[in-house]
Design a protein around this ligand. Sequence first.
Ligand code: UDP
Length: 340
Amino acid sequence: MSLLVTGGVGFVGSHFVRAAVEAGHHVVILDDLSGSAAGGASGSQAECSADGEAISRIAALPGVTLQVGDIGDSALVASLCRQNRVSALLHFAGKIQVGESVRRPELHFDVNFTRALSLLEAARHAGVDNVVFSSTAAVYGTPGHVPIPESARCEPDSPYGRSKRAFEWVLLSAAVAHGIKWAALRYFNAAGAHPDGTMREAHHPETHLIPLALDAALGKGPPLSVFGSDYPTPDGTCVRDYIHVCDLAQAHLLALRQLEHGHSLGPLNLGTGTGYSVRQVLDTAAEVVGRPVPQSMAPRRPGDPPQLVADASSARKRLGFAPARSDLRVLLEDALRSRR
Ligand code: UDP
C-alpha cells in the first residue's frame, strides 16, 4: 500500500515508518520538522524530535519520500495523496505536551483539531478512506478505576486530551457521513526504542520519565525529580502502563490490515495491561544501567492521575495484538542502548 504518514519523523511515527517499509509499504512522510532539533520554531507538528542525521536516515529508507510541510496545507496534502495513489492516512503529527496545552490551549486545538480536520478533508477528497489516528490515554482523564476499557467515560483533564478526543469525534462522524474506515489508537505510555539503537526518544524539552531517568543514571542529565510520593498507589508513586514503541508500530500495521479488509475499528487502547510505579521504573532502570538513578522527591505534577493502566483485551481480540518487547526490563534495555 501507499501510505501518507504525518509526523513520520517523530518518535512513534519514525518507528512506524521503519516497520511499514519492512512490511513492504510505500511511505510518504509529511512532517514540518518543527519538533526536531534540526527544525524551525514556527510549526508544531512532529510528535517528537529527531536530529538531522536521524531525519536523513528515515528519509533514505527504501520506498520512503519525505515531504517537509504543514498538515493544514490542503493543496499539498491532496497532491501528495493523488500523485502517490495513497490509500491510507496514518496521522501521528500533533502537539503532545500536556503542560503547554494548559497554557496555550488554542495551539493544541489548532494543530490537533483544526489542521487535522483540514488534513482529513483533503485526504478524503483525494480518495483516501482508511485512517489510523494517534490518540492517547489522556482522553480518559482521571479514571474511576483501572484497568481502563475503551467504554470508560472520557473526561480529559487537559486541552491536549480534549483536542485528541475531539478529533476522535470527527473521525466517528466522517465514518457515518462518508464511510471512512478508522482507528483511534489510544496510546498509554510510549517508551523504549528500536533494539538496533539507531533511533531514540528525544523530545525538546524532554519531560518523560524513562529518558530522563536513564540520562540521570548515565550522568548525562540532572537528578530525576520524582513527582509525588503520596498517591493512593502501593508505593505512593504514580502507576503507568509502558508500551514499547516497536510494539506500537506493529499494532498500527495490524490496524491498517483490518481497515484494508473493510473492518472499521474505532477507538482501541494500546497498552500492556500491566502498570508499573515510578519507583519500580527507577529501580529497574538502575539495575539495567548498573548505577543508581540520582533522584529527589518533588511535589505532584499537576494533572497526573494516580494510575493509568489499559484494559488491553480489545486490541488483543480485534487486532490479534500481543506486545513483544514491552517487558519493562527489555524496554529499558532498548531505551538505554539508544542513549549510549
Ligand atoms: N515523572 C516523574 N518525574 C519526571 C517525569 C515523570 O516522576 O521527571 C512521573 C510522572 O509524574 C508520571 C510518570 O512519571 O507519573 C510518567 O510520566 P511521563 O511524563 O513519562 O508520561 P505521562 O504519564 O505524563 O504521559
